[in-house]
Every structure is written in structure tokens, then in C-alpha cells.
Design a protein. Structure first.
Length: 413
């Protein structure tokens, strides 16, 4: 959800928004308002806008729950980035979006070209396009992905309607058992060998005291969030984002069982052992990322590192007793460990490393991506057009673990 509706539903928005669009939006929740009716739209324009301002200027908790949800969704896409996504998806679907609004400015900028106004209009007139754009926004902003390596490669996704509905029902039941409500919508999007799934579902309920006239009452709120699944047929890797750890294995198994027809695909003990910083530990504080193979990369700086002191625990496993963290934006984060007790190769291990990848480009501000690697399963960065380059950089520098071909091993045995 958008963080603060007041930045979206501000006085400028209320003074300029097309009143017909506001009528249609507010009519979606007719009968659920306190002290407000749609009759205000039959008044003078100034009075109508004042009534809308009175409704929306108060505490967000006073809005009907459905209106609050609508406004949050519109606010997420009601900016320049959101408009770019909407236009890209409209072009992909062959939709000529609002030809009546593609006009020249007549002495002043046309208020209808405001991204907020356009997002509201798309929400009302092209709801399916709006859902797709919202899904793409969720996919673009998901940066922390938990990964599961499958036992096989080349297993295709079955996108038959019956399969997707069965998967949706399984996931919805899982969320419902965790008190997240029963709303669940899944959008699927194919991108090359990768298939993306956006699962919109409810959040935990929160309560909030509000004042209604001279009375105080408590209302319950349930938000909507998006979980992300990304599956690569070529690599057999499933990536999950915005899914709490307790649900990850169950959702991965549901996906394998229903959508891939391969139960247990991601259930092996080492399914989440994908990354290692051992190559850095062996090289020591002088390690540097090799990027010479890619002419698009200008430089790579290691700006942060965390060294963990591991000690035997009562359960027989090694536990973290102490962590030393070094941060240096000039790229010398590893070098600072020389002045500490850290010595890799024994009780000290490199638990996390953050690097900043700079790409060549025009202008003084070059494109850059900040990447966090936390073995054995987390590579975190904002997924951009440079994603493939970042992942290749990690692999070429020996930070991905080699995986066995289980089918070959089983056949040999």
C-alpha cells in the first residue's frame, strides 16, 4: 500500500480532479459514509469540492474500508513511475489510452495529464489494465528474494485455468489459516523463460479508535499486499518475495505439486543453499570483484561486510556469538578488518557482503545497483534492467554454489 494518503489526496488534487471521476469512485461505496452523501454532486462545483475535502481531509480511518483500499491502490500508481508502467502495459495490450486526453496545452498545462488523475481514470475505466500495472509495480519493487533450487531443470509451467485456480485455492487456504482473510487474486506473466506470479492477499487485521460525532468507536482494518513468485524453467529456480518464512516451503511445495506437476521439486535439504562467500574468505581483505568481462560495468565497490564469530552451540550446530560490521563507501569495507580480531578461515566467517555496481552511462550520475549477498539463500537488490548482469557478476566471481544433477546421480546408483 501507499504509505501516506495525505500526500496523494491533497488540496491540489481535490481542487482539480474531474468531479465525474470522483462521483464514480465514491459511488462504489455508497451507503457506507457517515455524514456524507452523493447528493453533494448536485450542488455548486465549489460546494461539491468543499464537501469532498471535508470527507477526505479527516483521519484516514474514517473512510469506508473499501474507499481506503481504492485510494491506496490509486496512490501507488498515481506518479510518474506508475504512469510509465500503465502506458507500457496499455501498449502491450494494444489499448490506445484516453485519446480524448492527448491534447495540446492551451495556455497552461492540462490538469488531465496529472498522473494522479490518469491513474484514477484507469482504475475506473480499465480495471483489468490497472490490476496488471499494479502487479508489475509489485514485481519491480520486490528486492529481497528467497530462492529454492529445484531437483530438475526444464520443467514447464502449466498455466491452464484449472491449475491456476487450484493453486490459488491452496494458497488462499494457507493464508486464511494464518488469519489473513480469504481474499486472494493471482496474476501470471510470462517473461522469456521466466514466469512471474503476483499473489494479492490480505494482511493481518489492525484496530483503530476513531471519533464519530461525539462517540468513540473502534474499527477493524485489513490491508492488501502482494507476494511474488518467479520461476525459471531453464534453471529450475523458484524465487519468492514478500512471503513470510513460515509460508515459503508450503507455497513452494504447492507450486511444485500443482503448477509444475512435480511434487517435492523444491523439498531437498539443500534447496536453499545457493550462494557462498567462501571465495572472498579465501582471498582475504584484498578481494576485488572481477568485472572486466562486461564492458557495461564501470566498477564494483565492496561497501559493507559483516564478519560473524561462530561458536559451538548446545544443539551441536555453530551459532553466531559476535558480529563485526565494516562499512566504507569508497569500497574498502573488507580492508578495515585488518585492524580487528577477524581472521577468516577459522571461527570467523563472512556472513554478509554488500557491493555497489556502477554501470557506464551518459551524464554525471551513472546507473548503479546496490547488492547484498547473505549466504546461503539471499541475494537482495532492486530488480532493474541490469538484473541479468548482476546475477552473472555473482556467478562469474564464484559466489554461486554448484548443484548436482540429482536425476543423473540416482540413475548411476
Amino acid at each position: 500500500m501507499a504509505g501516506n494518503l495525505k500526500k496523494f489526496v491533497n488540496s491540489r488534487f481535490i481542487k482539480t480532479i474531474d468531479l465525474e471521476y470522483m462521483r464514480r469512485l465514491l459511488a462504489r461505496h455508497e451507503g457506507k459514509y457517515t455524514g456524507f452523501t452523493l447528493d453533494v454532486f448536485d450542488q455548486d462545483e465549489a460546494e461539491t469540492r468543499e464537501a469532498i475535502a471535508d470527507l477526505l481531509a479527516g483521519p484516514e480511518a474514517k473512510y469506508p474500508e473499501g474507499l481506503r483500499s481504492d485510494l491506496h491502490r490509486i496512490a501507488e500508481l498515481g506518479n510518474a513511475k506508475g504512469l510509465d508502467i500503465i502506458q507500457a502495459q496499455a501498449d502491450r495490450q494494444g489499448i490506445n489510452l484516453f485519446p480524448d486526453a492527448k491534447t495540446c496545452d492551451d495556455g497552461a498545462p492540462d490538469k488531465k495529464h496529472d498522473p494522479k488523475h490518469l491513474a484514477l481514470r484507469v482504475f475506473l475505466e480499465h480495471p483489468d489494465l490497472f490490476d496488471v500495472a499494479a502487479d508489475y509495480l509489485a514485481m519491480m519493487t520486490a528486492d529481497r528474494l528467497s530462492e529454492f533450487a529445484g531437483r530438475k531443470r526444464g520443467i514447464p509451467v502449466d498455466l491452464a485455468a484449472g491449475k491456476l485456480e487450484a493453486f490459488r485455492q491452496r494458497v488462499a487456504e494457507l493464508f486464511k489459516e494464518s488469519f489473513l482473510g480469504d481474499f486472494c487474486r493471482i496474476g501470471d506473466y510470462v517473461d522469456g523463460d521466466e514466469t512471474n506470479f503476483v499473489i494479492s492477499h490480505g494482511t493481518l487485521v489492525s484496530t483503530m479508535p476513531v471519533v464519530e460525532g461525539q462517540q468513540e468507536k473502534v474499527i477493524s482494518l485489513r490491508g492488501v499486499t502482494q507476494a511474488i513468485l518467479r520461476y525459471s524453467e531453464n534453471t529450475g529456480i523458484l524465487r519468492l518475495a514478500r512471503i513470510k518464512v513460515a509460508h515459503q516451503k508450503d507455497i513452494a511445495e504447492a507450486f511444485a505439486d500443482i503448477v509444475l506437476n512435480e511434487p517435492g521439486m523444491f523439498a531437498s535439504d539443500d534447496a536453499q543453499e545457493l550462494y557462498s562467500l567462501e571465495v572472498v574468505e579465501k582471498s582475504g581483505d584484498g578481494f576485488a570483484m572481477d568485472h572486466q568481462y562486461d564492458p557495461a560495468i564501470e566498477k564494483v565497490l565492496i561497501i559493507e561486510a559483516a564478519a560473524d564469530l561462530m561458536v559451538p552451540g548446545k544443539d551441536g550446530y555453530r551459532n553466531v556469538a559476535r558480529t563485526l560490521r565494516s562499512r566504507d563507501l569508497t569500497g574498502k569495507a573488507l580492508a578495515h578488518f585488518r585492524e580487528t580480531p577477524v581472521g577468516f578461515g577459522g571461527s570467523w566467517v563472512l556472513g554478509e557482503m554488500v557491493m555497489r555496481v556502477f554501470f557506464k552511462g551518459e551524464g554525471s550520475r551513472k546507473p548503479q545497483v546496490t547488492v547484498k549477498i547473505r549466504p546461503p539463500s539471499v541475494v537482495q537488490f532492486r530488480r532493474t534492467q541490469h538484473e541479468a548482469r548482476v546475477m552473472e557478476l555473482i556467478e562469474r566471481n564464484g559466489m554461486t554454489l554448484e548443484r548436482d544433477d540429482y536425476d543423473v546421480i540416482e540413475a548411476a546408483e
